[in-house]
Ligand binder design. Structure first.
Ligand code: IVH
Length: 680
């Protein structure tokens, strides 16, 4: 194919992907594949400059401004960063070598200082402050002209509407709006239970929210922000280094990410790249690599730009977390409460450091919305420690014709009518997103999950009773209910596959040990639908003993704080089931016991009835330990900060919860203050 033809084809393809990505917020290929196309086009245009047109996608930075938002002309253009696709240390060395060459330095000259920071994965925004007041926020658009999204940006709580200290006449701050992973998960979880559409990934969540025409809807989606640079400034003596600029921005009250450093030369860059790679999975947000910037602004000026990319900055990536693969089958999994989850079985693919062979499709509605079919090529994504998921189908690559020229090779996904494990009917209540197997504990899949839950760390805590063992115990019909665990003998255990006498004995000891428990743990261990750990504790505290709980009617149950009609109905239904009563009686007969009748809360404790939120890493206490301490004194631990929160206990790398606590004026304690409060 001749160059002109290939260039035209590449442009058309890239434009289509751009539209899908920027305008529709529905990406059609993984970023790496897109980058490949883009680089191929750049290379061809470099070799044949006569083919470069003003309309080539290489000649602009991003997507078109949407017609619905007023255009904003950037006084200082918003640039793009050159991406180093060599993810090895050589990528950092190449950048340092290039900078030194451009500056005319030799090996005899000293090393260069670089500001190293994270490459956030969201949407670039220019915030304009005049006399310290936020007057305008704009997207990057094509770099010259962006969209006025001030109303939506105002809903991002991390962005100050008024700067602190002595801000200059005009200060334009550039940074990234993004969605943290916990916020993304929480938002999608909520949407899923409401049967509404979910966000594809955090990046699209951020872009979509900011481009949401209704600011009220934008406000519903929790976004974060980090500043990383400057636009126009007036009447400000700009610091001499990039790191100095970021320090100054932090001083004005703008969020600046703490994962940044000033490092020396290529070795410093390499160490930073490696360090962040380690820290990456623990970050509460996705990153797209790291960014290196020449720290001295004077040197930055000397280096200047090539087209739209500064010579003084580069983005250094990590191995891809998205990849293409094909769907070999779509199966369903049955969870503890019978929830039926469709799962795509994939041709093995290496993503972000691990080989992925299956990915969740969440529920029927999601599977249908994404319209994943057997034989499809799909984008799979693995972010941090979350379960891999199918982002989208590459429709162009769907095998449409079968061998006989028939229409579609495979039909759209349909939920099975019967449970694939036990054959019981599958039902989905009209107002719920999740379909369930109605087999209950008759269903081996549910039985296994119920046993694992019962033996879990925060339930009866049987150490060593894991997946594999439960699988064998249930499949060999040795254990049917949790009560059967306490009838296990050494003989039955040792006869299991790959079970050494020593480990069998250890498990029997652990089972014995688990008999002494608490009422709250026992209630939680029962696995009553809608009764999580917190509710189990509330119930234990309220009723004091199991009989009172078992005999409570729906009205009584609803007197427990945070127990509404749905939870009350689940509890009543559970205890109305004779089989469940039987298992409870067997457990007690086997010797499972707890201190009876003592309510957990002592009214005199200053913690009684107080709500705590834990965030960040405490110096010496684990989250569970802190939680146990609070609850032992009658306090409660909540997952998010609200006006009802009494204290936030904050450790290192506390995130948005801390910000929210500050905004709401909630008391914030460090570990020392927390320990004092407990003693006191
Ligand atoms: S600096 C002169 N720093 O990457 C370079 N950009 O390709 C101007 N980005 O649209 C950008 N993290 O949205 C810079 N720490 C960081 C960044 C960052 C993410 C994004 C930004 C920009 C794109 C550039």
């Amino acid at each position: 194919m001749d160059a002109a033809r290939r260039v035209a084809d590449l442009r058309r393809e890239i434009e289509q992907h751009n539209h899908a990505y920027y305008v529709l917020d529905a990406p059609t290929i993984p970023d790496v594949e897109y980058d490949k196309l883009f680089r191929e086009l750049q290379a061809l245009e470099l070799a044949h400059p006569q083919l470069i047109g003003a309309d080539s996608p290489t000649q602009r930075v991003g997507g078109k401004p949407l017609p619905e938002f007023a255009p904003v002309r950037h006084v200082v253009p918003m640039l793009s960063i050159r991406t180093e696709t060599d993810t090895e240390p050589t990528g950092a060395r190449a950048f340092d070598a290039r900078v030194r060459r451009e500056l005319g330095l030799t090996d005899a000259d000293p090393v260069i200082d670089y500001a190293a920071e994270l490459k956030f994965d969201g949407l670039a925004i220019n915030l304009r402050y005049e006399k310290g007041i936020l007057v305008q926020a704009a997207t990057r658009g094509d770099g010259e002209t962006g969209e006025d999204v001030t109303q939506n940006i105002r809903t991002v709580r991390r962005i100050p509407l008024r700067l602190l200290g002595n801000p200059p006449e005009v200060l334009e701050v550039r940074g990234e709006v993004f969605m943290s992973r916990p916020d993304f998960e929480r938002y999608n979880e909520k949407q899923r239970t409401l049967g509404r559409t979910t966000l594809v990934n955090p990046r699209n969540g951020a872009a979509g929210s900011i481009r949401q025409l209704d600011p009220a809807m934008a406000a519903e989606r929790p976004l974060s922000f980090y500043a990383y640079g400057l636009g126009e400034t007036r009447d400000w003596s700009v610091p001499e280094t990039h790191s100095g600029v970021l320090d100054a921005l932090a001083g004005f009250g703008l969020p600046v990410c703490e994962h940044r450093a000033v490092v020396q030369g290529a070795d410093g860059l390499i160490a930073f790249h490696a360090g962040i790679r380690e820290a990456r999975d623990g970050l509460p947000f996705d990153i797209d690599g790291v960014v290196y910037k020449v720290n001295s602004l004077a040197l930055q000026q000397r280096l200047g730009f090539v087209t739209r990319e500064p010579r003084w900055a580069v983005a250094h990536k990590y191995p891809a977390e998205e990849a293409l693969t094909t769907v070999e089958a779509i199966e369903v999994q049955v969870g503890r409460t019978g929830a039926i989850t469709p799962v795509a079985r994939l041709a093995p693919v290496f993503v972000g450091g691990v080989t992925v062979t299956n990915a969740t499709l969440h529920n029927e509605a999601e599977a249908r919305r994404k319209d994943v079919r057997v034989g499809d090529t799909v984008i799979v994504r693995r972010a941090g420690d979350v379960i891999p998921e199918v982002v989208s189908v590459v429709i162009d690559r769907r095998p449409t014709k079968d061998l006989f020229g028939g229409e579609s090779l495979h039909a759209a996904f349909e939920l099975p009518k019967a449970c694939p494990v036990c054959g019981s009917a599958v039902e989905r209540p009209e107002d719920e997103a999740i379909a369930r197997c109605t087999g209950g504990l008759f269903c081996p899949a549910q039985r296994k999950q119920a046993l694992l839950h019962f033996a879990g760390r925060r339930a009866l805590d049987v150490e060593g009773l894991g997946d594999k063992l439960v699988e064998q115990l249930v499949d060999n019909a040795i254990v049917k209910t949790p009560a059967d665990l306490y009838k296990l003998g050494l003989l039955a255990m040792v006869n299991l596959e790959r079970m050494a006498e020593k480990s069998a004995a250890n498990i029997l000891v652990a089972i014995e040990k688990s008999k002494a428990t608490t009422l709250a743990r026992f209630i939680f261990a029962l696995g009553i639908r809608n009764v999580g750990e917190a509710t189990a504790k509330d119930l234990a505290r309220h009723f004091g003993n199991l009989e009172a709980l078992m005999n409570a009617d729906i009205g009584r149950l609803q007197q427990v704080p945070d127990v509404g009609p749905v939870v009350a109905a689940s509890i009543a239904r559970f205890f109305a089931e004779p089989h469940n009563i039987e298992v409870i009686e067997q457990l007690r007969a086997a010797g499972v016991n707890w201190p009876e009748g003592e309510p957990l809360a002592t009214v005199s404790s200053p913690m009684a009835g107080k709500t705590f939120v834990l965030t960040g890493t405490l110096p010496t206490l684990t989250r569970d330990e802190a939680k146990d301490m609070i609850e032992a004194l009658g306090g409660k631990v909540a997952g998010s900060v609200s006006k009802k929160t009494d204290y936030v206990v904050a450790g290192a790398e506390a995130g948005s919860k801390l910000d929210k606590a500050q905004a709401l004026g909630v008391s914030i304690l460090d570990e020392t203050q927390f320990r004092e409060l407990i003693k006191g």
